[in-house]
Ligand binder design. Structure first.
Ligand code: MG
Length: 381
């Protein structure tokens, strides 16, 4: 072993077990987590920063990156541990520092009953405004803990039938035609593809995909189009190409233009960046035909459930999506999959160093684990 190889090998050993292969990156050790000490009958919160390595550079209309910062959390109660996660893509404004700071302000040891989920999450919500990814990391860990305490998967506690989870899409970022072709081939197990548009070669991207597959396709523009006339032309053209829906076609501030488009578009128009929480749905009920819920935007499973109820009451379509996240947060979101029209739960597949095992995609469909809580297993114990 030469010096360079030794340094590479040593770096794999930091914080965990050497797993070998190209995907073995730094393993987060829960033993190193900061936070409270064990106290019988009390909730103890622990957390640790972690950096996700993306398999491909992820390019959207407005940005490009190769890593995503996350914070892994754990809430322990009488020796049972629930896992959570905050994922912080840069455009949401949270970071390792902000999430760690928020979590350091929480005193969960004041609670002795983890089943008082509403009280606990109300307290967390009021500690500081915003910080939704940080709040989601507590919400997810608490749901996981409760499910583990009663030894049932959380979707069962919600009364949901896991067989009703819809097909999930696999996202293909903006890229060269050669890489797009390669990614379409990698997405073979998926029955639906989602393509990121919003640059000047949108039609070419769709044509490249259509030249190799006729799978149902959805389109996410990430606010990339600025002209409603052009957006409508594209919507009509995309409909002819077998596209299912159009996500966040224009900047969220262009509400009147998006409402104009939604009224005329042959495709459903879904709000993503514009829709963080239940109030945003009310404010945009005449702007979009549907919403994209993400736990990191709204603050967790509890808030996502409220959003689903509001959207359904307004007759809107619902999809549940994710950020680039480990299987922990993605599997937490998947608990709600039986309630939605479309799933876009592929964030864990875009990363090379996922420390959790969770949901599986079987013949294009989200398959929820039967393990209790949110159903994830930490891989490195
Ligand atoms: Mg989106």
């Amino acid at each position: 072993m030469n010096k360079r190889e030794f340094i590479k090998y040593s770096s794999y050993l930091i914080g965990g077990t050497y797993m070998g292969g190209n995907t073995a990156l730094t393993i987060p050790s829960f033993a190193e987590m900061t936070g409270g000490k064990k106290q019988k009958g009390k909730l103890v919160l622990r957390y640790k920063p972690y950096t996700l390595q993306l398999k491909h550079t992820f390019t959207l209309a407005t940005s490009s990156r190769t890593t995503t910062p996350v914070v892994l959390t754990e809430i322990e109660y009488d020796g049972i541990r629930g896992f959570g996660e905050a994922s912080m893509p840069p455009y949401l404004g949270e970071s390792h520092e902000s999430v760690m700071k928020f979590l350091s302000l929480l005193n969960l040891s004041q609670f002795s009953d983890p089943f008082l989920l509403v009280d606990i999450l109300d307290y967390v919500d009021k500690v500081m405004p915003g910080n939704y990814a940080a709040k989601a990391s507590v919400d997810i860990a608490l749901h996981d803990l409760i499910g583990k305490l009663v030894k049932e998967p959380f979707y069962r506690l919600f009364g949901l039938n896991p067989d009703k989870a819809p097909l999930t899409s696999f996202t293909i970022g903006l890229d060269s035609p050669e890489v797009i072709k390669q990614k379409v081939a990698e997405a073979e197990p998926y029955k639906i593809l989602k393509v990121k548009l919003g640059r000047d070669n949108d039609r070419e991207m769709v044509e490249v995909i259509r030249s190799i597959t006729d799978k149902p396709l959805c389109v996410d523009v990430n606010q990339g189009w600025k002209d409603r006339g052009m957006a409508l032309e594209m919507a009509v053209w995309l409909k002819e190409k077998g596209i299912m829906f159009l996500e966040q076609p224009m900047p969220k501030e262009m509400k009147d233009d998006i409402a104009w488009l939604t009224e005329r578009s042959p495709l459903p128009v879904i709000g993503d960046e514009a829709i963080q929480n239940a109030k945003d749905i009310m404010d945009n009920k005449d702007v979009y035909s549907g919403i994209n819920i993400k736990l990191m935007k709204c603050g967790g499973i509890n808030a996502a459930m409220k959003m689903i109820n509001v959207a359904r009451a307004l007759g809107m379509k619902v999809m549940i999506g994710c950020m680039t996240e480990t299987s922990c947060a993605v599997t937490a979101a998947a608990q709600l999959a039986p309630l939605v029209d479309w799933c876009d739960l592929d964030g864990n597949l875009l990363i090379a160093n996922d420390p959790f095992d969770g949901l599986k995609i079987v013949v294009g469909r989200v398959t929820l684990p039967e393990r209790p809580g949110i159903g994830v297993k930490y891989m490195y114990y």
